[in-house]
Design a protein around this ligand. Structure first.
Ligand SMILES: [Zn+2]
Length: 321
């Protein structure tokens, strides 16, 4: 009896970590592509900034985390906060939480959408206040804001497909001088080695990073083309058809270390990274500086990305992509 009870306890304990929901196919029902609400997305950036600098191990970061969990819940997502500890390049222990939101977790057909919500602890590319954290209006907040608005639309439209939205933590605490790639994306490294669901396999994933500044260009990034060329090409083609070819350029870019890299290294999920990279291969001039504040955000860019990702989700749900 004792052994039986112990076994039962172990089983129920481990079920908290790996979910084994029996999956069912989605309904065959088509839904209309709604209009992405860019004003709501912009307000979600302002709200994140209002918490202060959302850098690791700070109350500002944790207040933003709690708000994000509530927002996803209010959009009908079931939320699993995945906590982890990771050692930073500084030797500091970071307490992180990946926020995993699941819409219709019982549906077999799924898409993964993700962005990071932590912000950089230093302005190491700036010429002043280098040791101070940044607002991260674009680097962090913009991708999260677009996904919050998409979460809202998914619920309103009531799409039949399953969608998972993950806000990764500890993406931006990396070592820019030591060239240690694995000091970045600590949250996505943890998640990709500890999936919230056994055998988790969405059709593919889309990562948004720095998607809201004026004159942003999103080339076809290296890891994305290696693992998800078909998906990249159809999303970029759709963007061109919808009049956003100025942002979604056909240029190829090299391999960039972003959260998607760790996902493709540790899982078999194809990943598309939508990230602002200039023609010379660099990030925007504001990258990891104090200029990455609300003034850098352009509603035209933010709206274009939001509309394209929303359309992609709906088209996948309608099985017409
Ligand atoms: Zn960054």
């Amino acid at each position: 009896m004792k052994n039986f009870l112990l076994l039962f306890l172990i089983l129920s304990f481990s079920s908290c970590f790996t979910d084994t929901v029996e999956k069912i196919p989605q309904e065959n029902r088509k839904v209309k592509i709604g209009k992405f609400n860019v004003d709501a997305a912009y307000a979600h950036i302002e709200k994140q900034i209002s918490f202060g600098k959302r850098t690791m191990n700070t109350p500002e970061h944790d207040a933003c985390k709690d708000w994000l969990i509530q927002e996803l819940k209010s959009s009908g997502f079931e939320v699993i906060p995945q906590t982890f500890k990771a050692k930073a390049y500084t030797g500091e222990m970071l307490s992180g939480t990946n926020i995993i939101g699941r819409y219709k977790p019982e549906i077999a057909e799924r898409l993964l959408l993700c962005a990071h919500y932590d912000t950089r602890h230093i302005a190491d590319k700036d010429s002043s206040r280098i040791d101070q954290p940044i607002d991260g209006a674009d680097d962090g907040a913009s991708g999260v804001a677009v996904l919050l608005e998409i979460a809202d639309q998914i619920q309103q439209i009531d799409i039949p497909m399953g969608v998972d939205i993950i806000f990764f933590d500890a993406e931006d605490y990396g070592d820019d001088k030591g060239r240690n790639d694995y000091s970045w994306g600590l949250g996505s490294q943890h998640w990709s080695k500890n999936l919230h669901e056994k055998g988790y396999q969405p059709k593919y994933g889309i990562l948004l990073d720095m998607i809201g500044s004026a004159d942003a260009t999103f080339p076809k990034e290296g890891y994305s083309m290696k693992t998800a060329a078909t998906q990249v090409n159809k999303i970029w083609k759709l963007a061109n058809q919808m009049g956003h070819g100025k942002y979604f350029v056909s240029r190829r870019a090299g391999d960039y270390t972003d959260d998607h890299r760790f996902i493709v290294e540790n899982t078999s999920i194809p990943m598309v990274d939508i990230i602002n990279i200039k023609a010379d291969g660099r990030f925007g001039h504001y990258h990891h500086t104090h200029a990455d504040d609300i003034n850098i955000i352009d509603k035209k860019t933010l709206g274009a990305v939001g509309q394209i990702v929303l359309a992609t989700v709906i088209k996948e749900s309608n099985k017409e992509f």
